[in-house]
Each structure stands twice: as structure tokens, then as C-alpha cells.
Design a protein around this ligand. Structure first.
Ligand SMILES: NC(=O)c1ccc[n+]([C@@H]2O[C@H](COP(=O)([O-])OP(=O)(O)OC[C@H]3O[C@@H](n4cnc5c(N)ncnc54)[C@H](OP(=O)(O)O)[C@@H]3O)[C@@H](O)[C@H]2O)c1
Length: 335
């Protein structure tokens, strides 16, 4: 089968399309013929040699959807021909509050979805929501799951709360906007580009600011009178602003740090405002199931920024690095 293989981590993006052995399902596993996959920031970090524990050669990619073509001996609840979406979180464990030490994500160190076929534990496949195309289904898993846990399981978003989502153009951010809107929260966003703010408004955001403007914090406070909940994946310098715009007793959920570590954290302000800071990573199998239910109930459609063919995956990763898109970048694999 054809697959995108990371060959070494010394050179940036040392990826090539290769003919590799088609996987065979062991006990408890299924083999899925992938129709489409999608990119995440994690793939960029792995391909550029910036992800701890990277092993080579490896097929990368965490997101995918397709059809089950074979099943292991003892698999009873998935059948050949099932149309499925893949939960990329492996070995979450039994505690819904925190992942186990054995937790890993598809695409490193386990072979991932940028391939024609993948083998995966049967418990990680879920019926594809019928209202989604293959490309839309492939765009959902990792970002949808991360957004669901951050906003709902951890953030406990409530109707009519003010929710701030920095970096509206990001892959997870578009789901955060859609999920928060579905639950009747007031959504505020920031972005580096007016076009992306406009896209966020179309998805249901109330208003947005350009984080490159020196006075974005003041503008946002004028528009909103402060936030009940901020869902952050930016970190860095911006983080102190999230404390400034938080209402008394508000919450901040952090699930990433695209801009790196947070300097000069204003602990006294956080303390005096009694702000709660919560960390969040991916999500449990239960979060995944609840996320799919929410998407089906509200007929939410993932936002796809652009599409590439499997052999164009290196270019797609570079496009993600340059922040060219609003929403997810999808890889087309088979008809
Ligand atoms: N913990 C987890 O389980 C988990 C899961 C998924 C992702 N993550 C992390 O979460 C982050 C986002 O992931 P993603 O896949 O959504 O990435 P992405 O699609 O690359 O989005 C990143 C976005 O960050 C925004 N941004 C950059 N600098 C900013 C700043 N100074 N202020 C506000 N926004 C800024 C940009 O928004 P604009 O384009 O609108 O300017 C960009 O689109 C990454 O760091 C990733 O590693 C963690």
C-alpha cells in the first residue's frame, strides 16, 4: 500500500510516499481502508523534528475515516463494510479525569493515517456520522475531541456565558466556536486576519479582534464586559491578557502553547480575581462518544480550509505551518 513515511528527524519534513506492507488485523483489531485523513499541528511538530519520542521510519497522521475491510478473530461489535471514524487516542485507561501513563496518539509511535490502510483497536472505531462526507468525518477526530473536552468536560461551558477563543483560524478553534454556539454561549474570537474573523462570525461568533492590534484587549473588554471562560492553545505572551479579560471567578482552560511558554504570569491578578486554570489533553473514549453525539444532534459540519492528495502531504504540512487556512486541512486518500 502507499503511505507517507517520516524517514528521519534530522532534516525538516523528510517525508516520502512509499510502498509499504499492508497491515493485518490481530486479535481485537480492525483494518480500515482510509478514504480521507486530516492534519493537526502535532503532525507539523513531528515532521519538523520537534516532537519528543519521535521514532523513524514511521507512517504519521492521527485523523482519518474509512471503511472496515477486515477484523481480528475476537472482534464482535464491528463488521466488515462498516463506515467508521477513528478515535486517535490509544490506551486512555479507566479514569475519565486523566489519561493513563500508557496513553499514546495514533501517528507516533504507532503508525498513523497518512496511508491507504491502517490497523487499529476495534474499540477506537465509531460509526461515521451520516450527515458528514468522508472528508468532513476525517477532519473531526483529534480537534473535535480536544475541543469537546476543553470546552465542555473541563470548561463546563454554560448557556449565555461569554467564551473567548483566541486564534480563530486554528483547527481546534473552529470546533470550539461551533460547539460553544450550539450550547448557546456568547462567542468572542481573536485572529491575525480580518478574513478569519469574518469566517468566525459566519460560524456564529458574536465579535472578534485582531490580536496584532496593540489595543485588542481593551477592544475585547469593550465588546464583551469580560469573559467567563477562555479556551486557550496559544500560551506565550498573550496569556497574561486572558487573565486581564477574565471576569471575577472566571475559568481558563489551556490545551496547548503554540507561542511557547508563558512569561511573567500575573499570579497576583489571577489570585485576586479567583480565576481557575485547568489543563486539558485530547479526551477520553467517553468524551469522543459525547463529541460525536453533539455533532450529530446539532448537525455540525467541520470547516475544511483546503484539500490535498496523499502524495501532496508534505506541501499540506507546510501550508499548516504558515497558518494559511481557516479550519482543517484534509488529505484525500481513496474514492
Ligand atoms: N493538548 C492536546 O490534546 C492538543 C490537541 C490538539 C492541539 N493541541 C495544541 O493546540 C494548539 C492549536 O492546535 P491546532 O491544531 O488548532 O493548531 P493550528 O490549526 O495550527 O492553529 C493555531 C492557531 O494559533 C493562532 N495563533 C498563533 N499565534 C497567536 C497569538 N499570538 N494569539 C492568538 N492566536 C494565535 C493562529 O490563529 P489565526 O490563524 O487565527 O491567527 C493559528 O491558526 C497547538 O499548539 C497544538 O499543539 C493540543
Amino acid at each position: 500500500m502507499k503511505a507517507i513515511v517520516l524517514n528521519n528527524v534530522e532534516d525538516n519534513y523528510n517525508l516520502s510516499i512509499q510502498d509499504v506492507q499492508k497491515p493485518v488485523a490481530n486479535a481485537g483489531e480492525v483494518v480500515v481502508k482510509l478514504k480521507a485523513a486530516a492534519l493537526n499541528r502535532r503532525d507539523v511538530m513531528i515532521a519538523s523534528g520537534n516532537y519528543p519520542g519521535t521514532e523513524v521510519p514511521k507512517i504519521i497522521g492521527s485523523d482519518g475515516a474509512g471503511e472496515v475491510v477486515s477484523i481480528g478473530n475476537d472482534v464482535t461489535d464491528v463488521s466488515v463494510g462498516a463506515k467508521v471514524i477513528i478515535n486517535p487516542g490509544l490506551n486512555w485507561g479507566n479514569n475519565p479525569n486523566v489519561k493513563s501513563a500508557a496513553f499514546t496518539i495514533l501517528g507516533m509511535p504507532v503508525d498513523g493515517t497518512f496511508a491507504e490502510f491502517i490497523k487499529i483497536p476495534a474499540e477506537n472505531v465509531y460509526p461515521k456520522p451520516q450527515h458528514l462526507s468522508w472528508e468532513e468525518a476525517a477532519a473531526l477526530p483529534l480537534s473535535g475531541l480536544t475541543g469537546y473536552r476543553a470546552l465542555i468536560t473541563k470548561g463546563n461551558v454554560q448557556a449565555n456565558e461569554n467564551v473567548f477563543i483566541p486564534g480563530a483560524g486554528g483547527g481546534v478553534a473552529t470546533y470550539l466556536i461551533q460547539f460553544a454556539k450550539a450550547l448557546n454561549a456568547n462567542v468572542y474570537v481573536s485572529s491575525s486576519q480580518q478574513e478569519k474573523i469574518d469566517c468566525a462570525l459566519k460560524l456564529g461568533a458574536q465579535s472578534g479582534v485582531n490580536y496584532k492590534d496593540a489595543d485588542w484587549e481593551t477592544k475585547l473588554l469593550d465588546q464583551s464586559q469580560g469573559m467567563d471562560l477562555t479556551i486557550d492553545s496559544v500560551g506565550g505572551e498573550s496569556f497574561k491578557s486572558f487573565i486581564n479579560i477574565g471576569k471575577l471567578g472566571s475559568r481558563i482552560v489551556s490545551f496547548g502553547a503554540t507561542r511557547g511558554p508563558v512569561p511573567n504570569l500575573l499570579l497576583p491578578t489571577m489570585t485576586l480575581k479567583e480565576i481557575t486554570l485547568l489543563g486539558s489533553t485530547m479526551g477520553s473514549p467517553n468524551d469522543f462518544k459525547n463529541m460525536i453525539d453533539l455533532v450529530e444532534q446539532h448537525q455540525i459540519k467541520p470547516v475544511i480550509g483546503s484539500r490535498y492528495n496523499l502524495e501532496e502531504t508534505p506541501e499540506a504540512l507546510k501550508a499548516l505551518t504558515h497558518g494559511e487556512n481557516f479550519g482543517k486541512i484534509v488529505i484525500r486518500i481513496s474514492e
